[in-house]
Ligand binder design. Structure first.
Ligand code: FES
Length: 206
């Protein structure tokens, strides 16, 4: 009985060390800096997710479990935070994420038309990544620039008063792919969808 208990303790320690070692020293250091600013560990949940996502591009199940362990939270509770916050990606995304505002001011100023043009240009729908892995398109609520609607972010760049010229200047180099994009759209071929999921893996992690 004692021997069995000792084996279980050893096994639990190995599992815990495997989980913890999934985070890099740099990630742990940055998360710990955030922890020093909050009264309880779970208060740093979003910042911890953002830190790991900034290094890896997205939050895999392994990353989620490692962060939860470090914050002394259950993976389920942290999953709830990650799912609620729509800028935490639970599947791999492209090199740049396009955040297209679909709130009321942008909608009144033609966001639907802009959306259709971007969809045609990239050959993807909301939640999908281009076949060359350059862009993932995600709808978001107000980006805080309503007086310059319609608005989108591409990577770190905010684009206001979006029109055909801006779409062409941002995605102009994709013109050569237009025909193949449209035929892929018409044939119903879709790229991998970025939706919160519990069944992803570390595959594709940079
Ligand atoms: S409604 Fe689009 S930026 Fe505010």
């Amino acid at each position: 009985m004692t021997e069995l208990r000792e084996k279980n303790v050893v096994r639990a320690n190995i599992i815990q060390s495997d989980i913890t070692s999934h985070l890099t020293a740099e990630e742990i250091q940055e998360i710990d800096t955030e922890l020093s600013h909050v009264p309880y560990k779970s208060g740093a949940a979003i910042d911890a997710l953002k830190i790991v996502q900034s290094k890896r591009g997205w939050i895999s199940d392994e990353s989620l479990r490692a962060i939860a362990h470090h914050l002394e939270m259950s993976a389920e509770d942290l999953e709830g935070v990650a799912t609620f916050y729509n800028l935490i990606y639970r599947q791999p995304v492209g090199e740049k994420v396009i955040l297209l505002c679909d709130s009321v001011s942008c909608w009144i100023c033609g966001a639907d038309t802009i959306k259709e043009k971007i969809l045609a240009k990239l050959g993807i729908d909301y939640g999908e990544t281009t076949h060359d892995n350059r862009y993932t398109l995600i709808p978001v609520p107000c980006l805080g620039a309503c007086d310059r609607a319609p608005v989108m972010m591409v990577g770190d760049d905010l684009h206001r008063n979006i029109d055909d010229k801006i779409i062409d200047s941002v995605f102009g180099d994709l013109n050569e792919d237009n025909d193949s994009n449209e035929s892929r759209l018409n044939s119903g071929v879709k790229n991998s969808s970025v939706k919160n999921s519990n069944s992803n893996s570390e595959e594709g992690q940079s």
